[in-house]
Write a protein that binds this ligand. Structure first.
Ligand SMILES: NC(=O)c1ccc[n+]([C@@H]2O[C@H](COP(=O)([O-])OP(=O)(O)OC[C@H]3O[C@@H](n4cnc5c(N)ncnc54)[C@H](O)[C@@H]3O)[C@@H](O)[C@H]2O)c1
Length: 274
C-alpha cells in the first residue's frame, strides 16, 4: 500500500481512537480504513471497529505493517450492546478511549420520500443515524473518564444538499444536528464534537459509474480534481489533534468547494486530470 508522504508523526501519541467502519479490502480503501491508518501512523492506538471481522483485520494488518498499533473489533453500530462491548474492548486493550470516529454508514437503495421502500429507509436510518447515537452513548462516558477528547462524526455534503438518496440525506443531516447537541452537552467535560462532510470522493463507496463519474466528480468542485479518502483522513486527524483544541460543534466540508457554489458556474470549467 502506498501511504501519503510525511504521514508518520507523533502528533497523536497518547491518543486511543475507535473508528467505526474502519475495515477495508485490497489496496483501494474507504474513508474509515484510511482514517484508521493515518491516526495510527501519527501515533494513536486504534480500535478498528467493523461489521466485518475480515475487513477490520485487513486494516489492522496494514497498520501493523509499518509498526503501528491497532486491534480488530468486530461489531455492529446498530446494536447498542455491541457498541458498549467495542468501547470496553478498546479500553481494556489500550487503557482508555480519547478519540471516537463515527464513520460507518451505508448508502441504501435510494428512492424518494414518497416512493422509497420503508424497510430500506429504516435500515439506512438505523446504521447512519442510530449507529452514531448508540456509539456516542457507549463512547462518551469512556472519553469523559479519560479526561476529555474528541468525537468526529462523518456526515456528507448530502447532509446539507439534496442528493437523491433521501434516507441517506436525512440521516446525515440529523447526524449534524446530533453533533451540535453532543458538543453542547459535553463541552464542559473537555469533549469536542465535530463533523466532517466529505464531498464526491473517489472511494469504494463512490466508485461506481466508471470514468464518466470520475469526470463528473472532478468537475463538481472548484479545484477541478478528484478527492480521495486520504483527504478526509487528514481532516479527521486535525480534529483528533490539539491543533483543533478550540473548535467544537463545527462542520468541515472537505469537498473542493462543491457546496460553496452552484451547478451553473461549474458547467463552464473543465476538469484537471491528476
Ligand atoms: N465515499 C464517499 O464518496 C463518501 C462521500 C460522502 C460521505 N461519505 C461517508 O464517509 C463514510 C465512509 O464511507 P466509505 O466510502 O469509507 O464507505 P465503505 O463502505 O468503504 O466503508 C464503510 C464500512 O462500514 C462498515 N459497516 C457498514 N455497516 C456497519 C455496521 N452496521 N456496523 C459496523 N460497521 C459497518 C462496512 O463493513 C465498511 O467496512 C460514511 O459515513 C459515508 O457516508 C463517503
Amino acid at each position: 500500500m502506498d501511504l501519503p508522504e510525511n504521514i508518520h508523526t507523533t502528533r497523536l501519541a497518547g491518543r486511543v481512537a475507535l473508528v467505526t467502519g474502519g475495515g477495508g479490502e485490497g489496496e483501494f480503501l474507504g474513508l474509515g480504513a484510511t482514517t484508521a491508518i493515518l491516526l495510527a501512523a501519527q501515533g494513536a492506538k486504534v480500535g478498528v471497529f467493523d461489521f466485518s471481522q475480515e475487513r477490520a483485520a485487513h486494516t489492522v494488518a496494514l497498520i501493523e505493517s509499518f509498526g503501528g498499533e491497532a486491534v480488530v473489533i468486530e461489531g455492529d453500530v446498530t446494536d447498542p450492546a455491541s457498541c458498549v462491548r467495542g468501547v470496553e474492548q478498546v479500553v481494556k486493550t489500550y487503557g482508555a478511549l480519547t478519540t471516537m470516529v463515527n464513520n460507518a454508514a451505508i448508502v441504501g437503495e435510494g428512492g424518494t420520500i414518497v416512493d422509497g421502500d420503508l424497510v430500506n429507509w429504516s435500515k439506512v436510518i438505523d446504521v447512519n443515524l442510530y449507529g452514531v447515537m448508540h456509539m456516542s452513548r457507549a463512547s462518551i462516558p469512556a472519553i469523559r473518564a479519560a479526561g476529555g477528547g474528541s468525537v468526529i462524526n462523518i456526515s456528507s455534503i448530502a447532509g446539507i444538499r439534496a442528493m437523491g438518496g433521501s434516507a441517506y440525506t436525512v440521516a446525515k443531516g440529523a447526524v449534524q444536528a446530533m453533533t451540535r447537541e453532543l458538543a453542547l452537552a459535553h463541552g464542559r467535560e473537555g469533549i469536542r464534537v465535530n463533523t466532517v462532510l466529505p464531498g464526491h470522493i473517489y472511494s469504494p463507496m463512490g466508485s461506481s459509474g466508471g470514468e464518466e463519474m470520475r469526470e463528473l466528480r472532478r468537475r463538481s468542485g472548484m479545484l477541478g480534481t478528484e478527492g480521495n479518502p486520504w483527504d478526509i483522513a487528514w481532516a479527521v486527524s486535525f480534529f483528533a489533534s490539539d491543533e483543533s483544541r478550540w473548535i467544537t460543534a463545527t462542520e468541515l466540508a472537505v469537498d473542493a468547494g462543491t457546496t460553496q457554489t452552484t451547478a451553473m458556474p461549474m458547467f463552464k470549467y473543465t476538469s484537471v486530470i491528476e
